[in-house]
Each structure stands twice: as structure tokens, then as C-alpha cells.
Design a protein around this ligand. Structure first.
Ligand SMILES: *Cc1c(COP(=O)(O)O)cnc(C)c1O
Length: 497
């Protein structure tokens, strides 16, 4: 047991507040932030004092320990916890990492709209009140070929609104193979229940036929719903009813058909050799009355839920009270408008929208980025006399890898596969190049954690005992930071701070 004395040597908050050093911090930062940082550090000191053996530290030592650590602790507390992260997972639309990065055009539109007033709901020509969706409607109609479109907060809201408006108190028929859960909390049966619609399940997990839907149709049927299996696939002895066949059935009975596409695209990925995701236009051509998609998946825009389809079905949604509850905010609207504008020219969209660029980029570009990263790490720590970047490009690609001078890290280029992610194209794998990172004395789990906790945080993946940094989702502009993060990850904890 340590003597209670050692605890008594730790200064009190009140006594610290009298000190000039603290007063000068209080002049620069909010009092609450300074106090919180002090309390946190004092707790740490108490923990250390209790673990200490022997006579313990004198008061002056505790004070200098606190004063040294305080600016760092304050800076941490004065920063928002939502940070930019370097995504080296190779998952392009990564839900946990914020899904689609925006184009520069969309970022500019957000900044301009955020910092001042805008004509969000104001008709500048007439000087009268207007609607916020006028800023995206025409573009969406042109890009999707729909008769009418509506936009809400996200795709979950889009599905919920459609169900509540079209099927409250009535039956919605869904295949048992499509009663899916997407991203934790979006579960089709639960959304249906919350909307007030009754779920009528048909078929089995692996097989559902047209006759299953047909038998379930009754006087209370309001909707036939098809849900895209975004994050898994069913293989083997399977059968499902195509949207086209469902549309035929719906028109025979006079019942609307809706398809929750999830990650609907505007860009034709199949045309670029990546099958699996129909465009919104192609989906509508199959005949459903309504399709819903996310704005921040393969569309490459901000969070939004886009509803496209027949005028008689979509128009009433705009007047539903829930539309006000679920409306898109002005920043997302600004980003969506800028994103859609890029699609006026497909080639421009492919070059300017980060999601499209990352998915369509050839493997050789990822490989050259991997080589650039390795060369940068080598240059960073190489002693002055050994800065010959010339050999870096070839030698690092060797199977065993070449130690990056000075860091002790071994880096080499490793072929692998990336994934579009975001519940889009679960079966698609895109060939890519990673930088495999290892160190003779640091386990890969530890390296992974150090990079993840660094500034900026770097998120990679561990596969078959290797730490892989996938260069498909890392941008050229991030390479210098990433190289610095790698060098920092092998330094001792004290120097890493
Ligand atoms: C992603 C997804 C959703 C949820 O969309 P959010 O925009 O995240 O609300 C709903 N349905 C399907 C099929 C999805 O893939």
C-alpha cells in the first residue's frame, strides 16, 4: 500500500488555478476545456501515485508533470472527435468511414452554402417563396428518365416514407429471401412495422416464385416490394422473381411495385466492365412504379434518399407530412446538386467523383502509388548520403521486401483485391495493389493499432498475418502524410506523441 502521503503531494485544482501558466492557458481556451483536461491529468497522476513504490514524488515533480502534459490534453479536448481518416482498407464506399468522399465541386457548393444565406427556398426571379427540391429535380429527371422524383434525408427515410404513404394499415408483400438487414439498424421487417404497414412474407429464404406473390395478393395488398440484397448473396438452389416479372404481376392486379435498390447508380458500371449495379434508369426500365436509392453510395454524392418513378405514385409523397420530417438539409442538397451537375458529362463524372475514380482506376495506378509511398518512406528516414530514390522503384517490389532505411519497417507491394463496398456489388472484387507493412520487433496487430491511433488515423486491414494498406482508396495527395504516419508508427510512444 502506498502511503496516503504520496497522494497528498498531488496539487489540487484550486492551487493550480492560481499559477500563471494556467492563467495564460485560461486566456486562450474555454475554462471548461482547461478544467476537464486538468481533472483528467490529475486522475492519471493519482493512478500513478497509487502504483508507485517507495517514497513517491515530491509536489514540484507532479506540478511539472502536469504543466508539461496540459497543453496537449487541452488541444485534444478542444478538438471535435470527428476526424479525417486515411482509408487504406480498399473498401471504396465504407459505411463506418463516412461512405462517399465528395468531389471538389460538391465541397465548394457545401462551403458556399454553409457560410452564408442562399436561395434555398426563394425564387430569385420572382422574389417569391420556392421549394428546395427545384435545385435538383430537373437534373434527376434527366438522369433517371423518371416521370417524377423526390429527395429525402437518406434511403432508409425514402423507404419509410413510401411505405407509410402507400401502405399504412395495408399489406406489403416481400420475398422471405429479401427480408434483409443493412448496416446494423436498417431491417426491412422493422422498417415495415414502424411505418404501419403489414408485412406479408412469401416464398422461402432461397426460392420465391411468381405464384407465391400471386397467391398472397388480396384486397388489403397495397404494394409489392423488392429489396436489393446489398451485402450478401444467395447461391446454390435459388430462384427469385425479377423486377420485370413483378412489374407484370403488379400491373395485372393494379398494385404498385417498388424496388429498394440501395446503391443505385447513375454511371453505367456494367458498361465499364463492372456488373451488378443497374443504373436508376435501367432499374426503372424494368417496370417498377418506384425505385429508391442512397445518395452517398455509388452515386458518389452526399447522404440523401432519392425516390424516382411514376408521377401518380411519387407526387403524393411530396405532400405527405413525413416529407417535412425527413427532408434533406441544405448542405446535402448543395452537394447533391453539384454531384448531379457533374453527371451531365459521364467522362467528367468518372474523372471528378472520387467514388467513380477509385472504382474505375486501373490496378497499375494503385501499384505505382504503392511504389511512390515506399519511396517516400525510404527518403524520409534515409541518412543524407543514401538518398537515392533511383533504386526504390525496382527493389521494393522484390518478394521479401526491402527494409525502408532507418525505420526498420519492411515494405513491399502486394497484389490484392478491393471492394466497392457500401452494400453495392457484394460479389465484385477489383484487382488492386497494397503496401504490405511489417517490422522485425513489432507485431502487425500493434502496427495496425498504432497507425489507427495516429494523426491522421490510418485504417488498413490485416489479411493472412499481413498488414495491408490498399492503395486504391488512398489518394495521391495523402501519400506524404501516410509516409509520415508510417515512420511515426515505429518510434517509441514518447516520441510519437
Ligand atoms: C444502404 C441501403 C439502405 C439504407 O440506405 P441509407 O441511405 O443508408 O439510409 C436501404 N436499402 C438498401 C437495399 C441499401 O443497400
Amino acid at each position: 500500500m502506498p502511503a496516503p502521503d504520496s497522494l497528498r503531494q498531488i496539487p489540487s485544482v484550486a492551487s493550480l488555478l492560481q499559477r500563471d501558466e494556467i492563467r495564460s492557458l485560461l486566456a486562450r481556451y474555454p475554462r471548461a476545456v482547461v478544467l476537464e483536461a486538468m481533472r483528467k491529468l490529475l486522475d492519471e497522476c493519482r493512478g500513478e501515485a497509487l502504483r508507485e513504490k517507495g517514497p513517491g514524488r515530491p509536489r514540484e515533480e507532479w506540478i511539472s508533470r502536469l504543466l508539461a502534459a496540459l497543453p496537449g490534453a487541452i488541444a485534444e479536448g478542444d478538438e471535435i472527435t470527428l476526424r479525417r481518416v486515411i482509408n487504406a482498407t480498399g473498401i471504396v464506399v465504407h459505411t463506418n468511414l463516412g461512405r462517399a468522399p465528395l468531389s471538389e465541386e460538391a465541397v465548394r457548393a457545401v462551403t458556399a452554402t454553409a457560410a452564408g444565406y442562399s436561395n434555398l427556398e426563394f425564387d430569385l426571379a420572382g422574389g417569391t417563396r420556392s421549394r428546395r427540391l427545384v435545385h435538383v429535380e430537373e437534373m434527376l429527371l434527366a438522369l433517371t428518365g423518371a416521370e417524377s422524383v423526390h429527395v429525402v434525408n437518406n434511403n432508409a427515410a425514402a423507404v419509410f416514407l413510401c411505405l407509410a404513404a402507400m401502405a399504412r394499415g395495408k399489406d406489403v408483400i416481400v420475398s422471405r429471401g429479401e427480408l434483409v438487414e443493412i448496416g446494423g439498424s436498417f431491417r426491412i421487417p422493422e422498417i415495415l412495422a414502424a411505418s404501419g404497414a403489414n408485412l406479408v412474407e412469401v416464398g422461402t429464404t432461397n426460392r420465391t416464385r411468381s405464384t407465391d406473390y400471386e397467391r398472397a395478393v388480396g384486397p388489403a395488398t397495397a404494394l409489392l416490394l423488392k429489396v436489393h440484397r446489398s451485402n450478401f448473396r444467395v447461391t446454390g438452389f435459388t430462384e427469385e422473381v425479377s423486377t420485370a416479372d413483378l412489374a407484370v404481376l403488379g400491373s395485372r392486379f393494379g398494385i404498385p411495385v417498388m424496388e429498394d435498390l440501395g446503391s443505385g447508380a447513375v454511371f453505367d458500371f456494367a458498361g465499364a466492365g463492372i456488373p451488378g449495379t443497374p443504373t436508376i434508369r435501367q432499374a426503372l426500365a424494368q417496370g417498377p412504379g418506384i425505385v429508391t436509392v442512397s445518395g452517398d453510395k455509388l452515386l458518389g454524392g452526399p447522404q440523401a434518399g432519392i425516390i424516382a418513378g411514376r408521377k401518380d405514385l411519387v407526387d403524393p409523397l411530396k405532400k405527405h407530412p413525413l416529407s417535412r420530417v425527413l427532408r434533406i438539409d441544405k448542405l446535402c442538397l448543395a452537394a447533391l446538386a453539384a454531384t448531379l451537375l457533374l453527371y451531365a458529362d459521364e467522362r467528367r463524372a468518372a474523372a471528378r467523383l472520387p467514388v467513380l475514380e477509385m472504382i474505375l482506376e486501373g490496378e497499375e495506378i494503385a501499384r505505382s502509388r504503392a511504389r511512390k509511398l515506399i519511396a517516400k518512406v525510404r527518403r524520409q528516414r534515409a541518412p543524407a548520403g543514401r538518398r537515392d530514390g533511383s533504386s526504390a522503384g525496382d527493389s521494393v517490389a522484390g518478394p521479401g521486401g526491402v527494409p525502408a532505411a532507418g525505420t526498420g519497417l519492411t515494405l513491399h507491394v502486394e497484389p490484392s483485391v478491393s471492394s466497392p463496398g457500401g452494400g453495392a456489388m457484394p460479389e465484385v472484387e477489383i484487382p488492386t495493389a497494397c503496401v504490405a507493412v511489417s517490422h522485425p520487433h513489432i507485431r502487425v496487430e500493434e502496427l495496425e493499432a498504432r497507425l489507427r491511433k495516429g494523426i491522421p488515423p490510418v485504417v488498413g486491414r490485416i489479411a493472412k498475418g499481413k498488414l495491408l494498406l490498399d492503395m486504391r482508396t488512398v489518394r495521391d495527395g495523402e501519400l506524404a502524410e501516410l509516409a509520415a504516419a508510417l515512420s511515426a508508427s515505429v518510434r517509441e510512444p514518447e516520441d510519437r506523441k
